[in-house]
Design a protein around this ligand. Structure first.
Ligand SMILES: [Zn+2]
Length: 108
């Protein structure tokens, strides 16, 4: 059961984030790295590891470890850990999305 990989971790994520009413983002208020991404320590096979919170969230909700994939934000807020704003992306999808944001929205 991959969902039980980090027992209680979603409760910790909810406890360490604050929902922003306007955007629906869950803004991580605990430890962040220089780029603004939340970080947390989880125990993997008895070893403590410091991971980006968005990767942990996606691992919980998708059951995939995301090896080789980028944890992308639909909301472009690096501190956001809302599972509904996150998805696994290939590196190409991620750069396409960045380009799409720079261009006018609505182009197919
Ligand atoms: Zn968000």
């Amino acid at each position: 059961m991959s969902a039980a990989r980090y027992p209680g971790v979603m409760e910790r994520i909810v406890a360490n984030s604050v929902e922003e009413a306007r955007t629906g983002c869950w803004v991580w208020v605990a430890n962040r790295d220089k780029a603004g991404y939340g970080r947390m320590t989880v125990r993997v096979d008895g070893v403590h590891k410091k991971l980006r919170v968005i990767r942990v969230v996606l691992q919980q909700v998708t059951g995939k470890d995301g090896a080789g994939l980028h944890a992308g934000h639909a909301c472009a807020n690096p501190s956001c850990v809302n599972p509904h704003h996150l998805s696994w992306q290939t590196v190409k999808e991620n750069s396409d999305e960045m380009w799409g944001r720079r261009r006018a929205r609505g182009a197919a």
